[in-house]
Ligand binder design. Structure first.
Ligand code: ADP
Length: 634
C-alpha cells in the first residue's frame, strides 16, 4: 500500500490540467465534477475501465461502479472540505475492463479547494495492486486465478469456526483468520505463537509438536488448555492440529488449526463422572449380592444373568444355560405356574412388577426365597422388547418373619393357656374339697356301715384327692410365676442360705454336703428365683445315689454379658435322651415309689429362667451326677 499512497500523494493541479501530463501518470486517474461525472480520464483509466478516453468524458463514474458503492463516492464529493489529497481509500466495486464487477481502491481529492468550481481528482487501482493491464493476458489470467483462489481461501477460512493460523518455521504467525469466538487481545500477525500460551506445559507440547511435524513432515495433533484473563476461573480446551507447509519439498512453515473442544471436553468429563458413578453403583450392587438379569422378549428365550444371580441360584458364573426354560427349571415347583403367569401379566400390562417366590438352589437343592423387581422396556409402539430386573435372596428375612409370627402365636397361646391353667386349677379345688369332705364324713361317720374293703377304697380315694390337690396347687404356682411382680436387687448368697434353711430336714436326713461359692447380687424376681434354687437343690438331694453321701455345689461365673450359676451333684444322673423331657410339665423319669414328685419342678425352673430372659441347660451322665446351669443376662 505504501507505494500506492506515495503515488496518490503527488498529484498537482497544474499537472492535471495537462492531458499529456495526465497520461504520463502511471496510475488510473480521472477528473470528476460535483455530480461524479467524468470530465477527463487518462490512458491508464481508459485501460482499466476498458473504455476509450474520448468516450469516458461525460460518463458518470457511478455507472462504472457497483451500486452499493454509489453512496460512498457521492458522500465523499458532497463533503464541504475534501482535502486536496485525501488519504482515505474507498473500497469500491468497479467494472474493470468492462468485465464483471471486482474490488478496487479509490481515492478522491478536491482540485484547488479555494476555487468555486468543485472538481475532484479520482485515482483508481485494483485491490490487488495491479495498476494496469500491461501484463500479457496469460499472466493476467494466472494472477487472476491465484487472487481468486486466495480470496476464496480467505473467505472460507474466515467463515470457519476453528481458528486457522499460518506459522513460519520459527513459530511466528503470518496469517490468522478472522474468528468469531473469544479473541486474544492484541495483534497476532508477526508475533510468536508461544507468546499466547498461558502455561509452560502448553509451551512444551507445542514445541515438541512443531519439532515432530517438522522432522516427520506429517500432521501432528495435541490438546492444550487455556485460561483467559477476561474469564477468570474458566478453562477452555483446544485441539491443535499442525500440518507442515512445504515449499520445494522443504518445511517452511506450519498450518495450525485450533478447534475449541471445551464443550466436548465438558461432556467427556461429565460422561466420565457418570461412568464412575455408574461403576460404583454397579460394584455397590455386586457387593450387596443383588443379582441383575435381562430377558430378551423379542427373542423369547435368551436370558442373561450376572455373577450375583448365578450365586443366588447356587451356580458358578457361566453355568446358567442362558435360556428362559433354564430359569423356569430353577423355580420351586409349587411356585412355577404362578411365576410364569406373573411374568406373562407383566409383559402384557405392566411397566414394573415387584414380587417374591421360591427357587431351588442348583448346588444344595435347598429351597430359598427371592424377591424380584422386573422392569419391562417397550418400543415406541408399546411392544415389549426386554425385561430387565434385579433379584435378591430374602430367605433369612422370611424365616425371621415366620419366627416372629410363630412367637406372636405362641405368646397368644401361652396367655390363653395361663388363663386356662389358672381358672382350671382354681375351679377344680372346690369340687375336690367337696369330694374330700364327703370321703372324710363317710370314713368318720359312726353310723355308716361300710366294710373293711370299702374303707380301703375310701382311703385310696382320699389319697388320690390329696395328690390331685397337690397337682392343682403346683399348677396354680406354675401359672402364677411372674404375675404382677417387679424385679429387685437380689443377693443370691442370701437366697441360697434361706433355701438351705428351708431344706434343713432333707439335708440332715440325707447327710448332704452343700458347698456354696461366692454368689452375686442381681436384678431378679426374688420369689421366683428362690423357688428355682429350691427345686434344683431339693432335686440334687432327692436324686442321690443310695449309700453315697450327696455332694452338691453352687458356683457362679461371670462373663461379659451374663452370670451363670451351676448346681452340680454326684447323684444318679440322667440319660442324655431325657435332657429335654425333664423340663416339661408333669414329665418324670421315675414313679412315685422310687422318688416322690409331680414332675413340675424343672418346668418351673425353665419358666422362671425364661422370665429372666435367661437359659437353663443340663449336663449329666447316668450314674455319675448332674449339673444344671442357669445363665442370666446382666
Ligand atoms: P420331679 O422331681 O417332681 O419328678 P422335676 O421336674 O423336678 O420333677 O424333675 C423331672 C425329672 O428330672 C425327675 O423326675 C428326675 O427324673 C429328673 N431329675 C431332676 N433333677 C435331677 C437330678 N439332680 N438328678 C437326676 N435326675 C434328676
Amino acid at each position: 500500500m505504501d507505494s500506492s499512497s506515495s503515488r496518490f500523494g503527488t498529484q498537482r493541479q497544474e499537472v492535471l490540467s495537462d492531458s499529456h501530463m495526465l497520461n504520463a501518470l502511471p496510475v488510473a486517474v480521472c477528473v470528476l465534477n460535483d455530480q461524479a461525472v467524468i470530465q477527463k480520464a487518462n490512458r491508464e483509466f481508459s485501460i482499466i475501465s476498458g473504455l476509450p478516453s474520448a468516450k469516458l468524458s461525460g460518463v458518470s463514474l457511478l455507472s462504472l461502479v457497483g451500486e452499493p458503492c454509489h453512496h460512498k463516492i457521492l458522500a465523499m464529493i458532497a463533503r464541504e472540505h475534501v482535502p486536496e489529497s485525501d488519504d482515505r481509500i474507498l473500497s469500491i466495486q468497479f467494472r474493470f475492463g468492462a468485465g464483471p464487477l471486482s474490488w478496487g481502491n479509490m481515492k478522491i481529492g478536491r482540485i484547488n479547494p479555494e476555487s468555486n468550481t468543485r472538481n475532484y481528482i479520482c485515482t483508481l487501482e485494483k485491490a490487488d495492486g495491479i495498476v494496469s493491464g500491461k501484463k500479457n493476458p496469460e499472466e493476467n489470467r494466472i494472477e487472476h486465478q491465484l487472487k481468486e483462489s486466495e480470496a476464496r481461501f480467505r473467505s472460507v477460512a474466515e467463515a470457519l469456526t476453528p481458528r486457522i493460523f499460518h506459522l513460519d518455521i520459527d513459530g511466528v504467525i503470518t496469517y490468522a483468520n478472522r474468528f468469531k469466538g473469544r479473541v486474544i487481545k492484541g495483534n497476532f500477525l508477526g508475533q510468536s505463537i508461544y507468546k499466547f500460551l498461558t502455561n509452560e506445559e502448553n509451551v512444551q507440547r507445542l514445541q515438541s509438536a512443531l519439532n515432530a511435524c517438522k522432522a516427520k513432515r506429517h500432521p501432528v495433533s495435541f490438546q492444550v488448555n487455556h485460561q483467559f484473563d477476561t474469564h477468570p476461573g474458566e478453562t477452555r480446551y483446544y485441539l491443535i492440529q499442525l500440518s507442515p507447509v512445504l515449499t520445494n519439498d522443504v518445511v517452511t512453515g506450519f498450518a495450525m488449526i485450533r478447534t475449541d473442544i471445551t464443550s466436548i471436553k465438558t461432556v467427556q468429563q461429565e460422561l466420565e463422572k457418570t461412568n464412575s458413578k455408574l461403576s460404583s453403583i454397579v460394584s455397590g450392587i455386586e457387593a450387596t449380592g443383588i443379582g441383575v438379569f435381562e430377558w430378551d422378549i423379542l427373542d423369547g428365550e435368551k436370558v442373561v444373568w450376572d455373577e450375583n444371580t448365578h450365586h443366588i441360584f447356587g451356580m458358578e458364573t457361566g453355568d446358567f444355560d442362558g435360556t428362559k426354560k433354564g430359569f423356569e427349571k430353577m423355580i420351586f415347583p409349587e411356585d412355577a405356574e404362578a411365576v410364569k403367569e406373573e411374568i406373562l401379566f407383566a409383559v402384557e400390562h405392566l411397566q414394573q412388577q415387584n414380587t417374591s417366590h421360591r427357587i431351588v438352589r442348583a448346588d444344595t437343592g435347598e429351597m430359598r426365597w427371592v424377591s424380584t423387581r422386573r422392569i419391562i422396556t417397550r418400543n415406541k409402539e408399546g411392544r415389549p422388547i426386554s425385561m430387565t430386573g434385579v433379584l435378591w435372596d430374602i430367605t433369612d428375612e422370611k424365616e425371621k418373619e415366620e419366627l416372629k409370627l410363630q412367637a406372636a402365636l405362641l405368646k397368644n397361646q401361652n396367655q390363653e393357656l395361663k388363663e386356662f391353667t389358672y381358672i382350671a386349677s382354681h375351679d377344680l379345688q372346690s369340687p375336690l374339697r367337696t369330694l374330700s369332705n364327703y370321703v372324710k364324713l363317710l370314713e368318720e361317720d359312726p353310723k355308716s356301715d361300710i366294710g373293711e374293703d370299702a374303707k380301703w377304697y375310701l382311703s385310696v380315694i382320699q389319697g388320690s384327692v390329696v395328690r390331685m390337690k397337690d397337682l392343682i396347687h403346683d399348677l396354680l404356682t406354675y401359672s402364677r410365676i411372674g404375675r404382677h411382680r417387679e424385679k429387685g436387687e437380689v443377693n443370691l448368697q442370701v437366697i441360697l442360705e434361706g433355701v438351705m434353711n428351708d431344706l434343713n430336714l432333707e439335708i440332715m436326713s440325707a447327710e448332704a454336703k452343700i458347698e456354696i461359692g461366692t454368689l452375686p447380687t442381681l436384678p431378679l424376681y426374688e420369689t421366683e428365683i428362690r423357688l428355682l434354687f429350691q427345686n434344683l437343690l431339693s432335686n440334687a438331694i432327692k436324686y442321690r445315689k443310695p449309700d453315697v453321701t450327696p455332694i452338691i455345689s453352687v458356683i457362679a461365673k461371670e462373663s461379659q454379658n451374663s452370670w451363670s450359676i451351676t448346681v452340680s451333684d454326684n447323684g444318679i444322673g440322667i440319660e442324655s435322651k431325657y435332657f429335654e423331657k425333664i423340663f416339661m410339665v408333669f414329665q418324670r423319669l421315675h414313679d412315685q415309689t422310687e422318688f416322690e414328685g409331680n414332675g413340675i419342678g424343672l418346668a418351673h425352673c425353665r419358666k422362671i429362667v425364661q422370665l429372666h430372659e435367661g437359659t437353663i441347660v443340663v449336663e449329666s451322665e447316668a450314674g455319675v451326677g448332674s449339673s444344671f446351669t442357669i445363665e442370666l443376662p446382666k
